[in-house]
Unconditional design. Sequence first.
Length: 243
Amino acid sequence: MSVIAIIIACGKQEEIAPGTEAAFLTLGSGPILSHSLKTLEEASCIDRVIVVVSKERVDAAMQIIRRYGCTKVRGVVIGGASRMSSLRTVFSKMPSDPSVVVIHEASRPFLSKKILAETVKGAKRYGSSIAAHKVEDSVKIAPKGMRVGETLDRNTVWTAQTPQAFKINVIKSIVETRNKGVKLIDDESALVTAPAETHLVEAGWTNMKIRSRHDLEIAAALLHARLVGDVVRFELRETPAAV
């Protein structure tokens, strides 16, 4: 089964400020985009990669691909205003359909090869599989202002992340629906029809999305401290007693 990964590096959801895509900001020794590209390049479960960027970022993306030796990249596609329109463009340019499609946001630089492999495996088995993180705090629903209308059971609430993997027939049925207002990553699970189902893969809080300058500072600190990996462990030590 062939697996293609699509990295979304453009659109309003990938900007931390108007006209400033997170993918092309520096994190550590290179652009944020380079971190995901390197992981996909090294992942045995990925056969090909397509990068989706804005028209103004094509040259920059090509430079990153060449600089980091990303041989799996088969194309750089100019994306649209939404992820759904970008995917429609990608599928219209694909010479042949893969078996599984993986979608990943470039603004999540700490992509884990383990989580990537698990989402691909989940897609092959269930039809759709997405990285997610179980909410640890209580969640309040306030439909009108600050008044709480409902409290959700935190044991059943997850935040959706990427990578998200789909069998080709599942993702094509979603992309080709032309439903207005559907936001891929947010609402795709509702469009996965039987016999396929959406399977969750716990990816942890370190699979963070960079949405602001503050997030970028946190990401830089995580990278520097080498806290990012398949598992993050904290060692608790007793505070010495005062003398």
